[in-house]
Design a protein around this ligand. Structure first.
Ligand SMILES: C[S@@+](CC[C@H](N)C(=O)[O-])C[C@H]1O[C@@H](n2cnc3c(N)ncnc32)[C@H](O)[C@@H]1O
Length: 231
């Protein structure tokens, strides 16, 4: 669907709007997807800042963004860190968009973007110093596979960061809930992540009124660097 048709479509029924939101948040596509990702950049910047706070800052660290969307968080990290940045997203169109937004970093091989599913990632075991994801946990079809994969590709001692809105955000109204998605309370997500082998798991409050949180944990082993979290 192009932007021209969007207005007519959204005016038809609230159900159409809801379906559009469901598909475009879970897998943004086309011009409409581009618009949705820009809206996410506005609403979620506090989560992006939290990710920046907690990523390791050492030179040459390898960092993976799972579900990078339009690549805004990666761009922010590329501006501030001397790191090798990787991203994986299930949407082909997001790869195109994020590549455009990060053209120089991609050309100079500071950033590597891939189309793929978190549940089956094309990376070697223990490859990354840090894996982070923002606003993607609700969409995993098999959360066990997704968390096992994120754990597998992390080095021993590597950091895991997950920005999310807690279940309470979605429970305010049915209009925020979408069939097939899974929402977690802070305790549920913490327990799920621990069940997949992550340690020292803590929940940081990003914006309590908006139910925004950032989970930070690590894979067993000596921590990559101890200075980047603001505990
Ligand atoms: C709500 S958007 C968040 C985008 C970005 N992280 C942000 O906060 O701006 C969710 C993103 O996760 C991607 N995604 C959803 N399910 C995925 C999966 N199973 N594996 C990889 N990416 C996925 C979508 O294509 C989309 O770009």
């Amino acid at each position: 669907m192009n932007v021209k048709n969007l207005k007519a479509f959204v005016l038809t029924t609230p159900k159409n709007v809801k379906n559009l939101m469901k598909t475009q948040f879970a897998k943004p596509e086309g011009k409409v997807g581009e618009f949705f990702t820009l809206a996410m950049n506005v609403f979620n910047f506090k989560l992006y800042n939290a990710v920046y706070n907690f990523v390791p800052k050492d030179e040459g660290v390898k960092i993976l963004d799972v579900g990078f969307g339009n690549g805004d968080t990666l761009k922010r990290l590329d501006e501030k860190l001397d790191a090798k940045l990787y991203g994986i997203d299930i949407s082909e169109d997001m790869k195109v968009l994020a590549t455009k937004a990060n053209a120089e970093a991609v050309a100079k091989e500071r950033m590597f973007l891939t189309v793929g599913d978190v549940e089956d990632m094309p990376y070697e075991d223990s490859f990354f110093d840090c894996v982070y994801t923002v606003n993607t946990v609700y969409f995993y079809k098999d959360a066990d596979k997704a968390f096992s994969e994120m754990h597998r590709v992390l080095k021993d001692g590597g950091r895991f960061i997950c920005g999310f809105y807690s279940k309470e955000y979605y429970e305010r109204s049915e209009k925020y809930q979408f069939e097939g998605e899974t929402y977690y309370s802070t305790r549920e997500l913490k327990e799920l992540v621990q069940a997949h082998g992550f340690e020292n798991v803590k929940i940081k409050v990003v914006d309590e009124k908006k139910f925004m949180y950032c989970l930070v944990g690590k894979k067993r082993g000596n921590e990559i660097d101890n200075d980047s979290s603001d505990e």
